[in-house]
Design a protein around this ligand. Structure first.
Ligand SMILES: Cc1cc2nc3c(=O)[nH]c(=O)nc-3n(C[C@H](O)[C@H](O)[C@H](O)COP(=O)(O)OP(=O)(O)OC[C@H]3O[C@@H](n4cnc5c(N)ncnc54)[C@H](O)[C@@H]3O)c2cc1C
Length: 348
């Protein structure tokens, strides 16, 4: 039986691990447990890009596969992973509302854009300038429950193993596909923004886009997630996550007052209620200039692979991409050309 080593237990590493386990292979996951991506993420699944009011890249393919994986893990772990809080966009200007009105009539948007009703246009539970619209099929993933369900799933699987351990790249023998003298059928690096520490793949530029979030306590409307300038996500007990900032080339997770003030003022422009800020955290999105993930085999070292660059939408994309990468590794099925390594022409 083939045995793979996965380095990194974020949404990328676990999506691939589960896909490989489902294809009757053995998988060992090593994770340093310093996760500043998947563990911090709001986990929102939103097929619509509000700025242009169009669909996210490959959203129609990602959405059903993501939901399936989260439902499966939910029934395995008996914990809540899918939180069905629909996203309500409060339109920033009339043009956004008019775009929505146009698109809601198109068959390809019917499954995502709720037709605007009088109630949506006059929505009064937040500061409403030009009306609002609800995104069908949107929800958020409870990130902490997801990660602990994955860890348990792998540990309990007859062909799976999980170890908390930071991989020392100097102990990887690339020619023999070994780590600490143990041989594998392949080693797949899913290290998020830490890719810069990886001597095999750090020629691929994975940027660090820092994001800060605040948690507030307030009697804000709690039936849905609200969105304009920031998102406001109900997390229970009268608390909400509000985010997030986009800070380019910031490989650190320090929180600061400038981000807190920006989120505070964005929230104040969206909701009517007073709120108290009770927490603030920061994480890092692994992003790529062309906004496409990076997946595939090393150009010179066969048996070494990468799965990275999931940017701001890892929770939506990783479940399908993990399956596609598993197919590529096991059967050589071609990857989508937009994610391949050979688009970084100079080095590959
Ligand atoms: C503030 C914020 C909000 C976000 N909101 C959303 C959202 O609403 N929806 C959404 O879909 N996405 C969101 N994201 C993006 C999402 O978090 C990322 O797309 C996703 O987490 C990337 O997953 P990953 O597995 O590639 O990396 P990570 O989650 O960073 O996982 C990498 C893992 O590798 C481990 N690792 C690294 N190096 C080593 C090593 N040498 N040895 C062993 N282990 C190692 C790390 O400990 C870590 O656990 C958000 C991100 C941030 C920061």
């Amino acid at each position: 039986m083939k045995h793979f080593l996965i380095v990194g237990g974020g949404v990328a590493g676990y999506s691939l691990t589960i896909a490989l386990l489902n294809k009757n292979t053995k998988v060992t996951v090593l994770d340093s447990d310093e996760n500043h991506g998947s563990a911090v993420a709001a986990g929102q699944i939103n097929p619509i890009v509000f700025r242009r009011m169009n669909k996210s890249w490959r959203a129609d393919e990602y959405m059903p596969v993501a939901r399936n994986l989260y439902e499966e893990l939910e029934s395995f772990s008996e914990t809540a992973i899918i939180v069905d809080k629909q996203i309500r966009r409060l339109f920033a200007h009339n043009q956004e509302r008019d775009e929505w009105l146009k698109r809601q009539e198109l068959p390809e948007y019917e499954m995502y854009l709720e037709k605007l009703s009088e109630d949506d246009l006059n929505f009064s539970q937040a500061i409403n300038i030009c009306g609002s619209g609800r995104v069908k099929q949107s929800y958020y993933v409870h990130a902490k429950n997801f990660l602990s369900a994955c860890q348990n799933y792998v540990s309990n699987h007859e062909n799976g193993a999980y170890r908390k351990s930071k991989v020392n790249h100097s102990l990887v023998d690339a020619a023999k596909i070994e780590y600490k003298k143990e041989a594998f059928s392949g080693i797949i690096f899913c290290e998020g923004y830490k890719n810069f520490e990886n001597p095999f793949f750090n020629f691929l530029q994975v940027d660090c886009t820092k994001g800060q979030l605040i948690t507030v306590r307030s009697p804000i409307y709690k039936e849905e997630s609200l969105n304009r300038k920031c998102f406001v996500m109900p997390i229970g007990s009268g608390e909400y996550k509000v985010g997030s900032t986009y800070e380019w080339n910031q490989p650190n997770v320090k929180i600061d007052d400038a981000a807190k003030e920006l989120l505070r003022s964005n929230l104040a422009s969206l909701v009517l209620e007073r709120f108290e800020i009770i927490d603030q955290i920061a994480g890092i999105r692994p992003t790529v200039k062309d906004r496409r993930p990076i997946m595939g085999e090393h150009p010179d070292l066969s048996g070494l692979y990468i799965f990275n660059g999931l940017g701001a939408k890892g929770y939506m994309m990783a479940p399908l991409l993990g399956q596609e990468l598993a197919e590529f590794i096991l059967r050589g099925t071609e990857l989508n050309k937009e994610v391949r390594l050979n688009r970084f022409k100079k080095k590959c």
